[in-house]
Design a protein around this ligand. Structure first.
Ligand code: FPP
Length: 253
């Protein structure tokens, strides 16, 4: 996606797609002697600010890791609280997001989700389908391995039914079976809270993403931190497995 994936805006080269692992709500609450739920509620405020900011900047794609396929392992109360936050985010913010021309996409496995959540996803995606501003991707009940397994199953089904041949399997075909089909790969993945891992996030799509690990906890992450991560991204040289242009020109084999 080099070249066409970035565009100039406010004198910086904006990445086309930023993805965020919003980590540290629990620790933010713990250091304040507060229940974890308060940390998640504060995290939700940050999420709303960052979405608004990304939309104002003119970013094309923003993906947020809201709930992983492994997050079901947390205590029931916490899971229920996270689900209620997601529902209130869609119920309360949808009209505003739509007014601001934001197009919502949800990725992750929907099969075993409660009906009210699935229909909220449907409502959000349908209402905003024709919007042309920020593409906001919410990764919910999402796991990179789970996504790849579901894609491999579908590919096998389609080979058995004769819809595709095994010779057709290549990078673009596999990508087209993922939840992120038709979305650009993330140029930049930001993780807050100082942890340095991907935690099953966009495993296929992150092949050439630049990574930015930010020490602050998600509720403390500000629009300034976001802009600094973008500025850091602009300093990186992306080679996508090749060499620097100058090295390529001077290369003697
Ligand atoms: C990590 O904090 C964050 C999450 C598990 C999900 C992110 C949730 C929000 C930003 C709140 C809004 C929620 C939704 C579903 C829209 P953590 O609990 O892992 O923090 P810790 O590592 O410090 O315990």
């Amino acid at each position: 996606m080099k070249g066409e994936s970035s565009r100039e805006r406010f004198d910086v080269l904006l990445p086309c797609h930023i993805a965020i692992i919003m980590d540290g709500n629990g620790r933010w609450a713990r250091v304040r002697n507060l229940p974890r739920a308060v940390g998640h509620r504060a995290g939700m405020k940050t999420l709303q600010e960052i979405v608004r900011h990304a939309s104002n900047l003119g970013l094309q794609w923003l993906t947020l890791y809201a709930f992983s396929s492994e997050n079901w392992l947390r205590p029931v109360d916490e899971v229920e609280y996270l689900l209620s936050l997601l529902k209130s985010f869609i119920r309360c913010d949808l009209v505003d997001l739509h007014k601001n021309n934001v197009k919502i996409h949800i990725i992750g496995e929907r099969d075993d989700l409660a009906e009210d959540i699935v229909s909220l996803f449907y409502e959000a995606e349908t209402l905003t389908l024709s919007n042309t501003g920020l593409n906001l991707v919410v990764a919910f009940n999402y796991g990179g391995r789970n996504e790849i397994v579901r894609a491999v199953r579908k590919i096998a089904e389609h080979i058995t039914s004769g819809r595709i041949k095994d010779d057709d399997i290549d990078d673009p075909l596999v990508a087209s079976y993922l939840d992120t089909a038709l979305m650009p790969d993330p140029d930049l993945i930001i993780r807050t809270s100082g942890e340095m891992r991907l935690s099953n996030f966009l495993l296929w799509q992150a092949a050439y993403s630049e990574l930015s690990f930010v020490p602050c906890l998600w509720p403390d992450f500000s629009t300034v931190d976001f802009d600094m991560a973008i500025a850091g991204f602009c300093q990186r040289e992306r080679r996508f497995g090749a060499l620097e242009e100058e090295q390529m020109r001077g290369m003697i084999l």
